[in-house]
Design a protein around this ligand. Structure first.
Ligand SMILES: [Zn+2]
Length: 111
C-alpha cells in the first residue's frame, strides 16, 4: 500500500508514529473530561491570553507529540486557532499526520 509507505516516510521511526497515534487517542479522551471542559469555559488561549468562545479553542500540545510529548494535563493547553496554526508550522510531522488522518477517514466513510 503506497499510503503506508508515505506514512513511515514522515519520520522513519515506527515507534514514534505509534506513540503519536496512542497519544492522539488519549487526547481525544482528555477532551471529554471535566478538567478540559472547565478550561474551555474559561476561554483563555494559553499563548495570546485572549478570551474566546469555547468552540473557538482547540487542544494544543506544548511539547508536540512528534517530539515525544504526551497527552497529559501538564502538556495540553487551550489554544485559539491562529495560535494553534502558527504552532503547527513548526511541527510539519503533525500537520502531515493530520492530513493523513483526514484522508483515511474520507476513504473509510466512502466505502
Ligand atoms: Zn491565541
Amino acid at each position: 500500500m503506497s499510503s503506508h509507505e508515505s506514512y513511515y516516510e514522515l519520520d522513519g521511526d515506527p515507534a514514534l508514529q505509534r506513540h503519536i497515534k496512542l497519544e492522539r487517542e488519549r487526547a481525544r479522551k482528555l477532551r471529554k473530561t471535566q478538567w478540559w471542559l472547565t478550561l474551555l469555559n474559561k476561554g483563555i488561549c494559553h499563548y495570546c491570553q485572549n478570551t474566546f468562545l469555547s468552540s473557538e479553542l482547540t487542544m494544543d500540545h506544548k511539547i508536540p507529540l512528534a517530539r515525544k510529548g504526551k497527552s497529559t494535563k501538564g502538556n495540553v493547553v487551550p489554544a485559539c486557532r491562529p495560535c494553534n496554526q502558527q504552532k503547527q508550522l513548526d511541527t510539519p510531522a503533525e500537520t502531515l499526520l493530520n492530513k493523513l488522518d483526514a484522508l483515511s477517514s474520507q476513504s473509510a466513510s466512502s466505502s
